[in-house]
Design a protein around this ligand. Structure first.
Ligand SMILES: [Zn+2]
Length: 416
């Protein structure tokens, strides 16, 4: 451990990180409906107190605010840019089910309770506190740290990171996403495809079902070949296999009519490398084993596709985060995959920015009743993030990109 490492460790202030996480939990930002404005306003004050100014608010959709705050001039400074992308929205709560006040930020038995404590106000508080640590011990950062604290991740990111991508506002050499991963390095995540399958039948009087063809029976057969069945695909080393859930069914017009129409809604989770067309083809192939033809016996409509994403385990940024973890904890970090998507996919897939999802709080505590984050894991995260901020000098690939970019546009560090 170098003197700098020791100074970082010593400067981690439990009251600072818990206090900030608690403040953020106490400001409701559930999505739906999507109400990030108040938490953005609070954070602008926090950043101003840190000497970073109040940042820029990007309101791509009225009432849906995203906050951009950096330590300097961003890519224009010539320093590598380390992006911290975190979402400010949470899933809603049903307070009756909670033992702890979901918006109280109560501390109990080494845990901070509340909606968003794990997913992901705790991680955001840890990253901001890490910057505070670096400043308090006078580290001259070798990089620009830029925070994108966004809306709408929980419902797909259209008003949040997606809007920032669309406006060309994201340029970085690497991205840290402090979602709850139990302090493991998350290198891959499954994507999803939601689809509506509508089956067609031939109506008949309910007293003579053999004279018709039931759309419900067809839908039931389709459910059986799709639900919780494996699709022919190599398992991913971090993500395992794909899945398919038939989550909704609706059909028929009355007990005395052979149903003419039935609708299923499915959630198919997919792996890196899967495309929307390929996944739909796989579903159609599976249904064709029943002798059913798309377009005639049923229709399939894609409602949403969130692409899967991954970072190469050999990417230098993975090693940099791992080094910061090991330096601060004395342990090797574990690696993991997420069964659901995060905003990291925008950076990985659309911008080619190497992105690691790594944060305090257990993955399985996201979205649950009595959500909490362990205070110990918040403190570890602060130390690891501070070390990363204090040592990030770019990645070789990013530097090559920057050289290419600079010769075209004069902007260093921008990744296309
Ligand atoms: Zn999250």
């Amino acid at each position: 451990m170098t003197p700098l490492d020791r100074r970082i460790r010593a400067a981690v202030d439990v009251d600072a990180v818990v206090g900030l996480a608690r403040d953020l939990v106490q400001i409701r930002s559930e999505n739906p409906p999507g109400q990030e404005t108040e938490v953005v306003e609070h954070l602008r004050g926090v950043f101003a107190d840190l000497g970073l100014g109040r940042g820029d608010v990007v309101e791509a959709t009225p009432g849906r605010q995203n906050l951009i705050v950096g330590t300097g001039d961003g890519a224009a400074s010539g320093k590598p840019v380390l992006l911290v992308n975190g979402h400010l929205d949470t899933v809603p709560v049903r307070p009756q089910a909670w033992r702890h006040d979901p918006f109280g930020g109560q501390v109990h038995d080494g845990r901070l309770y509340g909606r968003g404590s794990a997913d992901m106000k705790g991680g955001i508080a840890a990253a901001i506190t890490a910057l505070q640590v670096c400043r308090s011990i006078g580290v001259d950062l070798p990089c620009e740290v830029v925070f994108h604290l966004v809306a709408d991740e929980e419902l797909g990111g259209e008003h949040g990171t997606g809007a920032l991508v669309e406006r060309g506002l994201i340029a970085a050499d690497a991205c840290l996403d402090p979602e709850p991963t139990g302090l493991k390095l998350c290198l891959a995540e499954r994507g999803l495809l939601f689809a509506r399958i509508t089956t067609r039948g031939v109506p008949a009087h309910g007293s003579e079902p053999s004279k018709g063809r039931s759309a419900i029976i067809t839908a039931a057969a389709i459910s059986q070949v799709l639900h919780d069945n494996e699709f022919p695909q190599q398992p991913h080393p971090l993500l395992g296999t794909t899945t398919c859930n038939v989550g909704m069914i609706r059909g028929g017009s009355g007990p005395n009519v052979v149903p003419e129409e039935c609708e299923l809604r499915i959630d198919r989770r997919v792996l890196p490398g899967d495309t929307e067309d390929g996944v739909v083809r796989g579903i159609v192939d599976r249904i064709s084993s029943l002798g059913l033809t798309a377009g005639t016996d049923y229709e399939i409509d894609v409602e949403r596709f969130c692409e899967p994403s991954a970072i190469d385990a050999a990417d230098p940024f993975v090693d940099q985060v791992a080094t910061s973890f090991t330096t601060m904890t004395g342990r090797e970090p574990g690696t993991t995959g997420l069964p659901f998507t995060t905003d990291a996919r925008f950076m990985r897939n659309q911008l080619g920015i190497p992105s690691v999802v790594f944060g305090p709080g257990k993955l399985e505590l996201a979205h649950v009743v009595d959500e909490y984050v362990e205070i110990e894991s918040l403190m570890t995260a602060v130390a690891v993030y501070a070390h990363l901020f204090a040592t990030f000098t770019g990645t070789k690939r990013a530097r090559d990109d920057a050289d290419n970019q600079a010769s075209h546009s004069g902007v260093a560090g921008q990744t296309v």
